[in-house]
Design a protein around this ligand. Structure first.
Ligand code: ADP
Length: 260
């Protein structure tokens, strides 16, 4: 009997060694996908075995951000998806690889949940950490995520304005009600340095996410500057964290907090 128990413990521990870190936001366009890609790349550069799941049905963008556009995942004999290997040391699967462009938005609850399941239960091999880029807000994918594939923790991204933060709080509530630990908040698009004169301005304000983190009792994981180079590198499929490009230090600092 002792032997049988040992096997069970071993099986449980193999299953639980893969942890999911969800990256969420209250609304779209705040840089959630950009942060997810750069965190995954940064963690992989630290030697972690990382996979990235693009669960954003409304605007799947990870294939573009990781320079893997047009590459389709294959499947194993057991019909498990095999993640696309990017040149940045991470495997990736995206909702956008399961449907034709523009089609996914019509998905309703069960379909979206099923698709998420296919991405998570894929052939992730030795991957230890899965970063999941959630859709913005509090919809069906989030519900499936927290009910069926409980994340080890969640990172919440917001721009500094009050409005974005109010939305972010809703996303936080959904997660905390399901006992998903909030790892912390990240403020994106803070502090813009004029490429011409070097002056720093704050188009979306600054400090809002840090203040909100403090007020809600969560860790503040860092601030990513608003930089033209972050957008252009992202559009070219080169995550700044991979190349020491614009904002790399800020992305790496946030990633460092996830390994503590
Ligand atoms: P979300 O996933 O929240 O919808 P994205 O990551 O797709 O947001 O970012 C939206 C747009 O803003 C993209 O064009 C992206 O390149 C740009 N962007 C994100 N963060 C920054 C930043 N810190 N500086 C400059 N552009 C950014």
């Amino acid at each position: 009997i002792e032997g049988v128990q040992d096997v069970r413990v071993a099986m449980t521990s193999t299953r639980t060694t893969r942890r999911i870190i969800a990256v969420g936001s209250g609304k779209g366009g705040v840089g959630k996908s950009t942060l997810s890609a750069n965190l995954a790349v940064s963690l992989a550069r630290r030697g972690m075995r990382v996979g990235l799941i693009d669960a954003d049905i409304y605007g799947p963008s990870q294939p573009r951000l990781l320079g893997a556009e047009g590459r389709k995942p294959t499947a194993t004999d057991e019909k498990k998806l095999v993640p696309v290997q990017t040149e940045y040391g991470i495997g990736m699967l995206s909702m956008g690889q399961l449907v034709k462009p523009g089609q996914a938005i019509a998905w309703r609850g069960p379909m979206a949940g099923n698709a998420l399941g296919q991405l998570i239960d894929a052939d992730w091999g030795e991957t230890e950490t899965l970063i999941v880029d959630l859709p913005p807000g509090t919809g069906d994918v989030q519900l499936t995520m927290i009910q069926k594939y409980k994340p080890a923790g969640a990172v919440i991204v917001s721009t500094p304005q009050d409005l974005a933060l109010i939305d972010a709080r809703r996303a936080i509530n959904l997660l905390t009600e399901a006992d998903v630990p909030i790892i912390g908040l990240v403020e994106n698009m803070a502090g813009y340095q004029c490429p011409e004169c070097g002056a720093i301005s704050d188009p979306f304000g600054t400090g809002g996410a840090e203040a909100a983190a403090q007020e809600l009792g969560y860790d503040f994981l860092g601030r990513i500057p608003l930089e033209l180079g972050i957008r252009t590198a992202s559009d070219e499929g080169i995550p700044p964290a991979a190349s020491g490009g614009p904002g790399a230090d800020a992305f790496n600092a946030v990633a460092g907090k996830l390994t503590d």
